[in-house]
Design a protein around this ligand. Structure first.
Ligand code: AMP
Ligand code: ZN
Length: 479
């Protein structure tokens, strides 16, 4: 089966073919950095991180661009409330974004551009849209000029969200800004107001509207037509509809080949959002649950469905992570302590192969992580069964068993990132083994203060010890 993605533009699953062979240009809308992001926001960051990892896994070079919106009303208001500059506010919350995103295993984008670093590109694209007759200027009371996109001048408007202009107009809120020709027209550039950051432009001092930054930065880093553009389903209209109109009006070329939108993360059956006040920050969530459990929770559902954020779901995911990590720790322990045996493992390899095939089938089908996670748990069950037979003395496992199981678990973890396998260096492992050995000696000598001290020293390094009849095992703590 070839790799398919559900394209919101055509409302169907399509075989994914990139514009340039071997390369994927991928733009994902990022956070507005006025506060910590919440677990609803974490959903697109996590699911599209997995899509990116999978594309890389199947051999593409991926240029993944995710922007930071660092200038808008929310930024200005929050900075004023705190008595700091908008720049200071964004610097702080970009750093906080990375603290949470890194902890959630979200790989850093290839490029993470900020709107305020791209004023020249933004002004350039607004000028192009003006030149092509798709935008108009409006004088403001303060003397500066606003620039609006003229939606009536762009016939395909509404194509992405599947609404006609007439339907959209009927539903549009009439705002106080009478200066607009049409209630659907949206600001590309806003005249500066006193006390707000502003930049020089052909329309006087001002700042960009929200939508234009994504059009400007996508074309700068990825070109006029890009392979994949993603975001939450709430961005379909108006943000993404407006991005299409701006980019296509400016470049005269199709903007995006594949539009992908994740479903909402709900809380008590309502969309989690800052404005409703029903949110939990990713920071608070990862204090309450292991970060890997948050990731597993998100990936246990298909990205287009809605999911409900509730303690039982998270606790179940935490139990799942423990199962995954125990399997890995048991495998590593058995690998270290088992003398190479001669058990016939062809039934194991056959089942492993079948699971591997099913994993790819799931991921090739619109990156169905729910099914892929199911396969991972079947793999763990399979590995556990063989490890148990070995522990029970029924068989002695050969090195090829450990190689195959380790390779498969590492591969799946590299894509899903839910086991948290770390590449600990040999030195690291050697040091841990030495400390365990010293602790064993202390215990034999009934020097319990020393043995407890060693246990605590290891715990401080995130290593948990477990004394079993087969000896002392160690695992990395997950939170
Ligand atoms: P924002 O900072 O509000 O622009 O949101 C950043 C990303 O999170 C966007 O892709 C939004 O569509 C997405 N998002 C916001 N709320 C939710 C939610 N409750 N569930 C899923 N995605 C969301
Ligand atoms: Zn955007």
């Amino acid at each position: 089966m070839s790799f398919t993605l559900y394209n919101d533009l055509t409302r169907s699953k399509e075989r994914f073919v990139p514009i340039r062979e071997g390369h994927v240009s991928f733009y994902s809308c990022g956070p507005t950095v006025y506060d910590y992001f919440h677990v609803g926001n974490a959903r697109p960051f996590i699911v599209f991180d997995v899509l990116r990892r999978y594309l890389e896994h199947i051999g593409y070079e991926v240029t993944f661009v995710q922007n930071f919106t660092d200038i808008d009303d929310k930024m200005i208001n929050r900075a004023n409330d705190e008595g700091i500059t908008v720049g200071e506010l964004s610097e702080r919350f970009i750093a906080e974004y990375y603290r949470d995103a890194d902890a959630l295993g979200i790989r850093r984008p290839t490029v993470a551009p900020k709107a305020t670093d791209h004023m020249a590109e933004i002004i350039d694209i607004v000028s192009k849209i003006m030149e092509k007759g798709h935008a108009y200027e409006v004088e403001t009371a303060g003397g500066g000029k606003d620039v609006y996109f003229d939606v009536r001048s762009y016939a395909p408007y509404g194509r992405l969200s599947k609404q006609s202009l007439d339907e959209l107009e009927a539903g549009a809120r009439v705002e106080v800004e009478e200066a607009k020709r049409n209630p659907l027209d949206f600001a590309l550039w806003k005249a500066g107001k006193p006390g707000e950051p502003s930049w020089e432009s052909p329309w006087g001092k001002g700042r960009p509207g929200w939508h234009i930054e994504c059009s400007a930065m996508a074309s700068k880093y990825l070109g006029d037509t890009i392979d994949i553009h993603s975001g939450g389903v709430d961005l379909t209209f108006p943000h993404h509809e407006n991005e299409v109109a701006q980019s296509e009006a400016a470049a005269g070329k199709p903007f995006v080949n594949f539009w992908l939108h994740n479903g909402f993360l709900l809380i008590d059956k309502e969309k989690m959002s800052k404005s409703l006040g029903n949110f939990m920050t990713a920071r608070a969530a990862r204090e309450a649950y292991p970060p890997l459990a948050i990731r597993l929770f998100m990936l246990s559902a298909h990205y287009r469905t809605q999911i409900n954020f509730a303690p039982d779901g998270l606790e179940q995911a935490a139990g799942g992570v423990t199962r995954l990590r125990n399997c890995w720790a048991d495998l590593m322990y058995a690998k270290e302590t088992t003398c190479a045996g001669d058990a016939g493992i062809s039934p194991f390899l056959k089942e492993l192969d079948a699971l591997d095939k099913r994993f790819y089938e799931a991921m090739d089908d619109d990156f169905n992580t729910a099914a892929a996670v199911g396969v991972l748990f079947e793999l763990v069950k399979l590995v556990n069964t063989w490890l148990k037979d070995s522990r029970d003395g029924k068989i002695t496992l050969p090195a090829s068993f450990f190689d195959a199981a380790e390779k498969e678990l590492r591969k799946l973890d590299d894509i899903l990132g839910v086991i948290g396998i770390e590449d600990s260096t040999d030195e690291d492992v050697g040091e841990i083994d030495r400390m365990i050995e010293e602790r064993n000696v202390a215990r034999k000598a009934k020097n319990f203060s020393r043995s407890d001290e060693i246990r605590d020293l290891l715990l401080a390094r995130g290593i948990v010890l477990e004394d079993t009849p087969q000896g002392t095992k160690w695992k990395r703590k997950i939170y």
